[in-house]
Design a protein around this ligand. Structure first.
Ligand SMILES: Nc1nc2c(ncn2[C@@H]2O[C@H](COP(=O)(O)OP(=O)(O)OP(=O)(O)O)[C@@H](O)[C@H]2O)c(=O)[nH]1
Ligand SMILES: [Mg+2]
Length: 473
């Protein structure tokens, strides 16, 4: 083990000890919530907390159904350096007189929910109530994809990023940046304005890929810079290998150094201080969004899933493998926004999510943690309705359209019933789905969703909570 690795491990242990010393003796479950941008993390956490505080809609969570949860309350979180998840603000957005979806959030945040529990089983009358703290940690899924950078040199990463940018589905999005790249010489001396232009061109391409429903991939912070915006650690871009030896003052060497700084000063601290301490994880996936965006987006989703799973089972001799002492033992992959589909399609959505998970687990040689796939809606914004269309019954969902605020019943298209057909078309790089395109709707949250004793209306949040927390309650 090198000195750098030793320091990483020691730093991580010290951090852990400091947190443990501050914590009480009550058991803590550290629940990680992640997913790529717009996957539904903020709405999920708001709904989970609301439904654990008011448990009328949580009959699928054993401890709630048995009446063993005596109280649930928010507490100050143990980590003073992480922003608190704005539960109250997000709940207000979803339940106010004119409900709207919460603002996008672009960094890590945390919330502690404590549950007071009556013990179950034979000894229930002899033991007093106990407390379990659930520490909810919200972090961007893009940060997990950065793990791959730790195994790649600047040259390797550049080659891979350039090959990806030239793929058919991306070439037009990357055009501007690739032209910029051709116009310059990586052996020329570093010129800061040119370096900034290249980084900006590369970032614009990543943004365009995301807007097209494709995965921007690593480096995750280019689109989520937070307080690193404009810093040298984010002012680099892939470069083609130079034909001759690059001098130390060249653009090529400067970008190589910045790439290394990004890895050691941005990527590693996240894994060391936050990721290494997670017990349970939910990965939210916008499967409907990928289906709508087309086969290339679905292909990206499966690559991302394999990369994410790889982070949860790092090789024992990898940097992360040496760092992670406590292993995540349950991971839930949840396809979100199931309320955009009539329930008759939910089984198909689950089947596709399961197939994606199975395949990602094979590719990442994943074993160890229990995994499950599910279709959920953190906030149900629709009701179901059967509509006659040219004499044929159509299973629609009805809600308030985001575009106009008017109510409408829509049919999104048949959700494909055969996952293999979807996966094959994605692998083959088809331009469109054989069965026709899948429309994406956009509904607003409904007013008056909240009733006394009930949390936010949802689909299968109780089953998600049972899988993630049931055995600890
Ligand atoms: N119908 C429906 N839409 C949802 C649900 N959850 C999220 N959405 C939609 O997805 C969008 C993104 O949800 P967020 O919870 O903000 O997603 P996020 O992962 O926190 O996004 P970032 O903070 O931008 O990374 C919302 O604005 C809604 O339009 C849900 O349960 N049902
Ligand atoms: Mg968010």
């Amino acid at each position: 083990m090198g000195i750098g690795q030793l320091t990483d491990t020691i730093l991580s242990r010290l951090e852990e000890a400091a947190t443990d010393a501050r914590a009480s003796l009550d058991p803590v479950v550290r629940l990680g919530i992640t997913g790529l941008a717009r996957a539904g993390k903020t709405v999920f956490i708001t709904s989970l907390v609301s439904n654990l505080m008011d448990r009328g809609r949580m009959m699928g969570l054993g401890a709630a159904a048995d009446g063993r949860i005596l109280a649930a309350y928010l507490q100050p979180q143990p980590d003073d350096t992480i922003p608190r998840f704005d539960y109250e603000g997000n709940l207000a957005a979803l339940t106010c007189a004119e409900p709207h979806w919460p603002e996008s959030t672009r960094a890590i945040s945390q919330l502690r929910l404590s549950l007071r529990l009556r013990p179950g089983g034979l000894l229930s009358s002899m033991r007093g109530a106990r407390t379990v703290h659930v520490d909810i940690i919200d972090y961007p899924g893009e940060w997990l994809l950065d793990l791959a950078l730790l195994d790649q040199s600047f040259a390797q990463w550049s080659a891979q990023a350039l090959a990806r940018a030239r793929q058919a589905s991306r070439a037009s999005l990357a055009e501007g940046w690739l032209a910029q790249l051709e116009a310059g010489d990586p052996l020329a001396a570093l010129d800061e304005p040119r370096a900034q232009d290249l980084a900006a061109g590369f970032t614009a391409y990543l943004g365009a890929a995301r807007a097209a429903g494709l995965s921007p991939g690593a480096p995750g912070r280019f689109l989520l810079p937070g307080d690193l915006a404009g810093s040298p650690a984010l002012t680099f871009a892939p470069l083609s290998p130079p034909g001759a030896r690059a001098a130390s003052n060249s653009l090529y060497r400067a970008f190589e150094r910045r790439y290394d700084a990004y890895r050691s000063q941005v990527v590693k601290p996240f894994f060391r201080t936050h990721f290494a301490r997670i017990d349970r994880q939910i990965v939210l996936m916008d499967v409907l969004g990928a289906l709508h965006a087309g086969p290339a987006a679905m292909q990206d989703l499966r690559d991302d899933m394999a990369a994410v799973l790889g982070a949860f089972r790092p090789g024992a001799d990898s940097w992360l493998g040496r760092l992670v002492r406590r292993r995540v033992d349950k991971i839930l992959f949840a396809a979100t926004k199931a309320d955009y589909l009539h329930h008759t399609s939910h089984d198909h959505m689950t089947a596709l999510t399961e197939a994606l998970l199975r395949e990602a687990a094979d590719r990442a040689h994943f074993k160890g943690a229990a995994t499950q796939a599910m279709a959920i809606a953190a906030l149900r914004s629709t009701v179901e309705q059967r509509v006659q269309h040219n004499g044929v019954p159509l299973d629609c969902v009805r809600g308030l359209l985001s575009s106009s605020g008017r109510e409408a019943a829509l049919f999104p298209g048949e959700f494909p019933s055969d996952p293999a057909q979807v996966l094959n078309a994605a692998r083959a790089g088809e331009q469109h789905w054989l069965q026709g395109d899948f429309e994406l709707m956009n509904f607003l949250p409904q007013a008056g969703a909240r009733r006394k004793g009930d949390g936010l209306p949802h689909i299968r949040m109780d089953q998600a909570a049972e899988f993630l927390l049931g055995d600890r309650l």
